[in-house]
Design a protein. Sequence first.
Length: 384
Amino acid sequence: MRFESPLMSPGPRTPVAGAIKHIRTKSYPMKHSTRVKPRRWPLVLRFIKGAVHAMILLPVLLHAAWAIGVISIHTYTHRDISLPSTIIPSLSIVVGLMLVFRNQTSWNRFWDGRNNLTTITTSVRNLARTFLTCSYLKDQHLDSLEQADIERTVRVLVAIPFAVKNHLRAEWGAAFAPMANKDIEQGGNYNITPRLNPEYENLLPAGLKGHEDEGLGLPLQLTFMIEAFITRGGHRGWFSPPQSSLLTTQVNSIVAAYGKMETIRITPMPIAHLIHQKQVLALFCCVLPFAMVDEMGWWTVLIVTLVTFTLYGIEGIGCQLEDPFGHDRNDIKMDAIVTDTRVEVFTLLDEWRHTVRRGEQNGVKGEMFFDAVMPIPNGTTPGN
């Protein structure tokens, strides 16, 4: 298999005699999911993209105004409204523990979602590899219907990560267009002509009917098609019973990972915890000026602003990570990850298609990523 640096020119290449020419767009692994744009500003100076400052701006300003009011009353009315500074450590321990629990729980949800997405993409890779390398009988070429069946199944396999992504975002794919989805959520017109989501172009079979309007998710529906292909492959003699069992295990892994991601999506943080956390955080920041006004004076405003900025920022990060499957900058890059998976599998499919075509022309079964580099003489076995 040939690898070239995406940043270096491949240079002239001598064509191999008898090789079938097919040109692919230059790319490299994980092109979409890795960061290629350099950061123009240090992270410490970033306040807009990817930051939570807009989310916490209002509470920070309100607590700063509250601190100004407390100091004004203490200074200009000559009333001692200060509190002992010893209450700060007691309250700060409680606030710290609650924020740690909130952020750790949100991070676990984010990390579990990412790991489950990796499980899905790994299973897709494994199934695609097996379907493209094992779906044949010895000394017998695939007919056109069998080739079409394999290619259709691999394309459906690629559609599964896209279906999972759209399902978690409530962007229904096969049965309704994205714009029609808004009307359904708002209880509007249900008599909408179904339209295929453009993301599924060249992936789903023509005429596929989605059942999302009846409560069946598209990811689960597509796994039935994969399982049916495994059964057909077993009947054709492509897969042995143990191999069919292993392939079914891969399909089960996809369904299990999809179910875990669905659990993360539909299970919010307990409302009692969210209410108490907000109240404790607001109470602590409101009490803070009373405990500092006697010693710090007008510096209290700056200190309270910094403390509220820190605490509400930590709480805002937890809110951002709680549902990691959306479109925010801090969410999992699901669009990029599933696109990279599509590029990988389509490259395999393209190589398989040319390998099958070459075998039909030469009367010899080829080996993927082998024929284009070293032609196989007639009558020999690949790898010998």
